[in-house]
Ligand binder design. Structure first.
Ligand code: SF4
Length: 65
């Protein structure tokens, strides 16, 4: 599954990289940086981090599909 972030929506709330440090990081501007752009069930931990970030992002900037 592909992990994407729409930086035009990202407001730097940080929920993605705070709970998903294997998949996301913080840019110098405090916005989301994707470290792992493709996740699947062979690595459940990363898949869960990506899916939780998608659910938790308050502006809907992350998609996992
Ligand atoms: S949780 Fe959403 S708004 Fe916050 S840094 Fe991550 S992508 Fe951006």
């Amino acid at each position: 599954m592909q992990v994407k972030v729409d930086l035009s929506k990202c407001e730097g709330h940080g929920r993605c990289y705070e709970q998903g440090e294997d998949v996301f990081a913080c840019s110098d501007e405090g916005k989301c940086v994707i470290l792992v752009a493709e996740v699947d069930s062979s690595n459940m931990e990363m898949l869960l981090q990506a899916e939780q970030a998608e659910m938790m992002c308050p502006v809907g900037a992350i998609t996992v599909a």
